[in-house]
Design a protein around this ligand. Structure first.
Ligand SMILES: O=C(O)CCC(=O)C(=O)O
Length: 325
């Protein structure tokens, strides 16, 4: 299987600039990608290059600071807003002795507004905050376009995707900045073999900007949620190699639930590479009142019978699996 079959590159100018026929053609390819792997890469996505470039630059500047300086912005809770040092997170639930070899920074949306994220008091590092404000707005704008494409892709009435996100309170989102530092540069790398353990994303769409250093791989196969085995064994992995300027878009678990499993939320990981790698990962989600038991109109509800949780309960379920504590 080639990357192109499994993770196609889609050109969003077909949506932005095309006529009805071209939009329908893009929507069809979108549906096929999310039924097959739940992943695609997109070009001509309308996300301004300077905003992507500036956010990447500020992120690198932050992670280039001395560890002692970065620790001034340390998050007060597991996966909470702020800086996280490698060692806290372990997505490979079966390997209880390991952890994921990346430092990260998490921003979370404010319950008040789709365009804002939670201020974190003393945990604010001003240059990142300023840049993230611009980035956040652009990511929200792209999210709105993805909703329109998705309605057409799934044959839903216009506005259905937006309704599923907005009907349960301000739709939540998170921006994770990941520094997969060069393993040779850090004593914490000793004995660890992965940058990010295998996992599925919890929410709806993930909009990923990564640099040219390879590492992201997608498993062929799916997690059986009813078995609650969130670290299954997969033997076939497809490398994701977006061309420069492209974004990677993938579906998270909520979209798998809401389509009754028609769309995939694929297991993915980041494997080791001698070079440093930096990623900007924007997760889009519904309001906190949404549930895993909801289904889009016309999608029967005969799958995931054990999975009846509100969003906060689902977060807790997944966080418990990802903690090294
Ligand atoms: O950095 C990447 O390429 C993937 C990141 C990812 O999967 C995540 O943060 O959930």
């Amino acid at each position: 299987m080639t990357t192109n079959d499994y993770i196609p590159e889609l050109d969003l100018s077909e949506w932005f600039e095309g006529d009805a026929e071209s939009k329908a053609s893009l929507a069809k390819k979108w549906d096929a990608a999310f039924r097959t792997s739940g992943f695609c890469t997109v070009v001509n996505h309308g996300f301004p290059d300077d905003v992507l470039g500036d956010m990447y630059a500020r992120t690198k500047e932050f992670f280039d600071l001395d560890l002692a300086e970065k620790l001034r912005f340390k998050s007060e809770s597991f996966l909470g807003p702020g800086f996280h040092q490698a060692g806290e997170e372990n997505f490979d639930a079966k390997n209880k002795n390991g952890y994921d070899l990346n430092d990260s920074w998490q921003f979370y949306s404010s319950p008040e507004s789709v365009d804002a994220f939670i201020p974190t008091g003393d945990n604010a590092y001003a240059p990142l905050y300023e840049e993230a404000t611009k980035y956040w707005r652009c990511a929200r704008a792209l999210q709105a376009v993805l909703f329109e494409i998705s309605d057409q892709a799934l044959g839903l009435e216009k506005g259905t995707f937006a309704r599923f996100h907005f009907d349960h309170g301000t739709p939540m989102a998170a921006l994770r900045l990941s520094d997969y530092f060069a393993p040779s540069s850090d004593r914490r790398a000793v004995g660890t073999s992965r940058r990010l353990g295998g996992h599925t994303d919890y929410l709806c769409y993930t909009i990923l900007k990564c640099d040219e250093v390879p590492g992201l791989e997608v498993a062929v196969g799916e997690i059986d949620f009813d078995q609650k085995d969130l670290s299954p064994f997969f033997d076939t992995w497809v490398k994701v190699t977006p061309r420069p300027g492209a974004l990677v878009i993938n579906a998270g678990d909520m979209l798998r639930f809401w389509t009754n499993g028609i769309w995939k939320s694929s297991f993915h990981r980041v494997v080791m590479n001698p070079k440093r790698r930096i990623s900007l990962v924007f997760f889009t989600g519904p309001g906190y009142g949404a549930t895993t038991a909801a289904r889009f109109p016309g999608f029967a509800s005969d799958k995931f019978l054990q999975m009846k949780m509100t969003l906060p309960q689902y977060f807790q379920f997944r966080k418990d699996m990802a903690s090294t504590a």
